[in-house]
Ligand binder design. Structure first.
Ligand SMILES: [Zn+2]
Length: 444
């Protein structure tokens, strides 16, 4: 492994500290001419199969991360395209971050006498908690106030410390740096230390072995995953086993779009999104992500909040339950397919980064908790607006009249119905846009 500064080209013997004396984050390279990829075939699947292109470590802390399944997507058949899903939910803690953490923790172990620290919007924190527990080390996780509950549960279960700081991960990054300095912790936050991206890039090696894709569609928050995948393919190019880079496609939400907006030339937004893991307002790895898109002639796609449920549902039809931040790849694929972006023989890989078991933030799980009566009410209101007593009669059920009102109140609080107008004392209800989409999704 060589460590060098991309700006002043100074060489270093290690990645400690991870930045050049000129302030630039150091980058990692290898002796590409002497890498023999045929050796990989005889090894077990997983991140460490690719050890020639990983940093040297004394001890590997592993939970058998990587080597995740690649599934042919049924959706691709409907679109007339070759679409494959790389199911990263199948990593030990349920997300792609395990690839990052196994390398960062193994590499940092000799420098982590007092423990490790990471700033993360959840997945890297849950993963560090597990690997630090395995290594018998303390872990400090700096996570934002907006975070899915189940990620916190995971962190607590593994016995890591939680510091809630800032509304998004952005604020936590410098906090973690301060904590690392004050407590003498090894900081593995990817924005501060690129070492973990070496592990994350192995998804590119797997995709090459399994599919040799022409396009890779990646949910994008900080952009570190996109850059890792770029670096992986870039190394395969250097070694000479591929001749062309796959096009990398970043997907962000309309609400938070610092990277995609730059590619698409639209006004950037930095608002909270239901896809919480993509809520990174001003990513420090933005330039790296833009480099990955530019150098591969890729593109970016923006996805609306109201498209997340559809994405979740279509992925569920493939047998995969993913978090909102991952499901964005589905509406992105549909948009690009509709625009005629793909050729028939393209090989398209979608990266599903993290499991739906990580939970959703605040928003009700309406589609799974809506009972039959609420659904019937929604269907009635999709035909015309009605008032309470009318709905009660139309339901033809042994229900108390008050129960109907209770259902209406709950549907209103979920944002699925609204008061449409009044006639005298009669309040008429109708479907909201969200309610209409919700019903459409159910019948899709
Ligand atoms: Zn430098």
């Amino acid at each position: 492994m060589f460590v060098r500064c991309p700006s002043c080209w100074r060489l270093y013997s290690s990645l400690i500290p991870p930045t050049c004396s000129c302030g630039e984050p150091l980058r990692i390279a290898y002796d590409y001419e002497n890498v023999d990829v045929s050796r990989w075939r005889n090894r077990d699947k997983g991140v460490w199969r690719y050890r020639e292109l990983l940093p040297d470590v004394n001890e590997i802390i592993s939970l058998h991360e990587g080597g995740t399944p690649l599934l042919r997507a049924k959706l691709g058949e409907e679109l007339g395209l070759n679409v494959f899903i790389k199911d990263e939910t199948r990593n030990p803690t349920g997300s792609f971050r395990d690839r990052l953490i196994t390398v960062a923790v193994s590499y940092g172990l000799p420098h982590a006498e007092n423990g490790f620290v990471v700033a993360s919007n959840g997945n890297a924190a849950a993963s560090l908690a597990a690997y630090a527990a395995r290594a018998g080390k303390e872990a400090y996780t700096v996570v934002p106030k907006l975070i899915e509950k189940c990620k916190l549960t995971q962190i607590v279960a593994f016995g890591a410390k939680i510091i809630r700081y800032g509304e998004s991960v952005d604020e936590g990054i410098s906090y973690a740096e301060g904590l690392a300095e004050g407590k003498g912790l090894y900081n593995i936050t990817p924005e501060s230390n690129l070492i973990g991206l070496e592990g994350q890039k192995t998804v590119a090696f797997e995709l090459w072995e399994e599919l040799n894709p022409t396009h890779v569609i990646v949910p994008t928050g900080s952009g570190s995953n996109l850059y890792s995948i770029y670096k992986g393919f870039r190394e395969l190019l250097e070694i000479g086993v591929i001749e062309e880079m796959p096009k990398l496609i970043a997907v962000q939400t309309e609400r938070c779009s610092p990277i995609a907006s730059e590619v698409l030339g639209v006004e950037p937004k930095a608002e909270p999104t239901k896809a919480l893991a993509l809520y990174v307002k001003n990513p420090l790895t933005k330039e790296l992500a833009l480099e990955a898109i530019r150098e591969t002639d890729g593109t970016a796609v923006l996805v609306g909040e109201d498209e997340l449920d559809l994405g979740e549902r279509l992925l569920a039809k493939e047998g995969i339950f993913a978090e909102y931040a991952s499901v964005v790849i589905v509406p992105a694929l549909l948009k690009l397919a509709e625009e005629g972006y793909f050729e028939r023989d393209d090989r398209i890989a979608l990266i599903v980064t993290s499991s739906g078991l990580k939970g959703h933030y605040s928003e009700g799980r309406e589609k799974f908790t809506l009972g039959g009566t609420k659904l019937e009410i929604l269907k009635l209101l999709s035909e015309r607006s009605m008032y309470g007593y009318e709905i009660w009669e139309a339901l033809e059920k042994p229900l108390k009249y008050q129960a109907v009102y209770q259902h209406l109140r709950e549907l209103e609080s979920l944002g699925l119905i609204e008061e449409s107008h009044k006639k005298g004392r009669r309040v008429y209800y109708g479907l909201t846009e969200k309610g209409r989409k919700f019903l459409e999704t159910l019948s899709a």
